[in-house]
Design a protein around this ligand. Structure first.
Ligand code: NAP
Length: 686
């Protein structure tokens, strides 16, 4: 590794100017490299991102960008071993590094999968159409298009890879370029991956730039089309978010800050039960993973007063088994803090807090170390403090010790446990260990407003639980109040941060053409050839088949009841209809739909491979014997699919709107069917 870390700006790698910040090996204390921002022109970087990266990304569809994420995830996964060896320098064990490296790559994969949901357009069609006029000639539809700016990621030191990838996944899928500013403390690891991302050529030039240094001034030239996403301490976050430039230009600022997350032991989870052991195991993991340098780590353990002593003993026992030292040494379970500076900060905070809430497990100075030197590395043993009066001794709810440090405190009654959890003033996550439904419900319902995520852990959920400390890409990561009020991850939710929502209004025909999603009431395009005879590429949104008709008979109803076994009284018993909405025997809704299929299907073998289900289905008007039904069968939307393997059939999904109407022209049933249709071009990779 070069001694002076290079920044990547305007398509060039260049070593930082000036002396820079010295990055030290957390285990040995040796110098790794220096990082700096000196000489960077942030205005030029932002401009380059908008002009080059943004333009290139916006030319791609959501589908193409999702596919790009998948290719990148596969590439990084194939070379990930090297990041592990760099990650060790930060004091991380293999398990810690897995969370950062594999966790980050996994997030890319998850976001890549959203390409199927977000569609093959350069904008995202959001939600349902709103009917704005009585006659259906004026409707509204929200679309979301990429902001035409750049996102600046300001990241914390503790997850140099995951912190970057979890955000890039969302902004790239959205079509927005990024300037990544990792913490100067661990930017050597981020830089190693960015080098590979750039060299791979998988993402377009300008989609990523990197500032390995302090980054002061990086947000000063941003505009209202740009976005800042911040992860770090609440103090820094608040300082940056309230900068006049951010406020005056209404620059979106997503803040993920620190949080004093709680784990609550339910009263039913008494010592000796499986759930009690699960609690001990979970908090031990949270205290020791990444040496406690996780925003989601358990900082407060809230247990029934009657179990306080047993919990203290069990924790002492569990944590005494944690071997601290060089992660490369045999048997080591917990590595070091990131550097001696951080060690000093944490030690000072613990010393200060211990004056009021004494240390009951661990010692700041006396602990065993394997394969390393206490005077060189940044080591600390797990520390537990006791707060015997948590409603009044409030520092445990206010001060974050960003290390293997947590405070044990008693509660009486679930309401008090909730009260204590809320004293964190907004957290990323809390866990309650209980098998009791009432306890879980009381806690979840009352504590939810103060939390971004709540894990209910017990014997049943533990085997597959992803853990208190692991944000999942499919679910929201963030929290109110002190936790910053931001929302990261959470599937499409976080992609929306980078998109502008716009309400389009107009005639359904016009909106069909623009959105490429058929809008009810839009013009039907009748063609000579049935769509089932056409390949994916050749089917047009709005293309409609007006089918032949069928008059419903009592025999139809009886036959369908026999075939299906559905003898519901409204279909079968004319004498039972008093007090119902029906005027006579009514045809089964499923019969109406089945008969509709009989009318719209073109039976001969063609490019349609299969019908794999219904998305929405409504029976809107009773159909009685004597009614004559027909179908308006319209291509509603087309969704691309890439090949799963080289010998896979190239195909896409076509959604058809099945609008079944009666002799009055009124709709009696509506459904969306999903068909899989072969492509004409079998070479098509995407
Ligand atoms: P930090 O000191 O608040 O720094 C966060 C980031 O802000 C770093 O990249 C830092 O750069 C940068 N920064 C500071 N001043 C800046 C300025 N004037 N202009 C631009 N950038 C500036 O936090 P940290 O010590 O790195 O991380 C630990 C904290 O992060 C903990 O409190 C933890 O709870 C929190 N955290 C939260 C989450 C979450 O998702 N909520 C995740 C991880 C960590 P330099 O480091 O280069 O100075």
């Amino acid at each position: 590794m070069s001694n002076k870390l290079k920044n990547y700006t305007n398509g060039r790698w260049e070593a930082h100017k000036g002396e820079g910040f010295s990055q030290y090996n957390a285990i040995t204390g040796n110098l790794i490299s220096t990082a700096g921002s000196e000489g960077l022109d942030y205005e030029e970087m932002a401009d380059y991102a908008r002009r080059v990266g943004g333009k290139a990304l916006r030319k791609m569809t959501f589908y193409e960008r999702g596919y790009m994420l998948k290719k990148l995830a596969l590439h990084l996964d194939s070379i990930k071993k090297k990041y592990y060896s760099i990650s060790y320098l930060s004091g991380a064990t293999k398990g810690d590094s897995w969370v950062d490296i594999d966790g980050g790559i996994g997030t890319l994969f998850t976001y890549a999968s959203l390409r199927r949901t977000m569609g093959n357009q350069r904008f995202y069609v959001d939600g349902d159409t709103a009917k704005l006029g009585k006659n259906g000639t004026f409707v509204g539809q929200h679309i979301m298009s990429p902001k035409q700016g750049v996102v600046v990621h300001i990241n914390a030191f503790n997850f140099p890879i995951w912190g970057m990838l979890e955000k890039l996944s969302a902004n790239w899928l959205a079509g927005v370029p990024a300037i990544v500013k990792p913490s100067e403390i661990t930017s050597y690891l981020t830089q190693a991956m960015v080098e590979d991302i750039v060299a791979s050529g998988i993402v377009p030039e300008g989609a990523i730039q990197l500032d390995c240094g302090k980054g002061h001034g990086i947000i000063d030239s941003l505009t209202s089309q740009d976005i800042v996403t911040f992860t770090g301490s609440a103090t820094t976050g608040r300082m940056l978010k309230s900068m006049p430039h951010i406020v005056n230009n209404a620059i979106p600022f997503n803040m993920e800050a620190d949080s004093l997350n709680a784990a609550i032991l339910g009263e039913d989870a008494a010592p000796g039960t499986v759930d009690f052991d699960i609690f001990i195991k979970e908090v031990r993991r949270e205290i020791t993973t990444k040496a406690g340098q996780k925003c989601t780590a358990v900082r407060r353990m809230i247990v029934p007063e009657k179990y306080l002593e047993d919990t203290q003993i069990a924790l002492g026992k569990a944590l005494s088994q944690t071997v601290v030292g060089d992660p490369a040494a045999e048997g080591v379970r917990m590595g070091a803090l990131v550097n001696r500076n951080q060690l000093e900060v944490v030690r000072n905070r613990v010393s200060e807090m211990a004056k009021i809430t004494p240390i009951i497990v661990g010692d700041l100075d006396n602990f065993n170390l394997v394969g390393a030197d206490k005077n060189k590395g940044a080591f600390l043993a797990p520390i537990i403090m006791l707060n015997d009066d948590p409603l009044n001794k409030t520092q445990s709810h206010e001060i974050e010790c960003f290390g293997p440090v947590s405070t044990l405190m008693p509660y009486n009654g679930i309401d008090e446990a909730v009260e204590l959890a809320k004293m964190g003033k907004g957290s990323l996550v809390s866990t309650i260990v209980t098998s009791d439904v009432n306890t879980a419900t009381d806690y979840a319902v009352e504590a939810a407003a103060y939390h971004g995520r709540i894990l209910i852990l017990n014997e049943e959920s533990a085997p597959e639980s992803t853990g208190h400390g692991s944000p999942m890409p499919q679910l929201m990561h963030g929290g109110p109040g002190r936790a910053g009020g931001g929302e990261e991850l959470g599937g499409i939710g976080s992609v929306k941060h980078y998109l502008q929502r716009t309400a389009l209004q107009g005639h359904p025909s016009m909106l069909t053409e623009i959105t490429q999603r058929y809008q009810y009431g839009g013009a039907y395009k009748e063609k000579d050839v049935h769509p089932f005879k056409k390949y994916f590429e050749d089917i047009e949104v709005g293309e409609t088949v007006i089918t032949a008709k069928h008059t419903i008979t009592v025999t139809d109803i009886v036959n369908f009841a026999n075939v299906s076994g559905d003898n519901f009284y409204a279909h079968m018993d004319e004498t039972s209809l008093e007090g119902t909405t029906f005027e006579g025997r009514v045809a089964h809704g499923y019969f109406v739909l089945s008969k509709a299929a009989g009318l719209f299907v073109d039976a001969k073998k063609g490019p349609v491979l299969l019908n794999y289900g219904l998305d929405e289905c409504r029976f809107t008007k009773p159909v009685y014997p004597g009614a004559t039904i027909g179908v308006r069968f319209t291509c509603k939307e087309k969704i691309n699919q890439e090949k799963k393997s080289e010998d896979d059939v190239a195909k896409g999904i076509v959604k058809f709107l099945v609008d079944v109407y009666d002799e009055t022209g009124e709709t009696v049933a509506l459904a969306t069917i999903l068909t899989m249709v072969k492509k004409r071009n079998q070479e098509d990779e995407l």
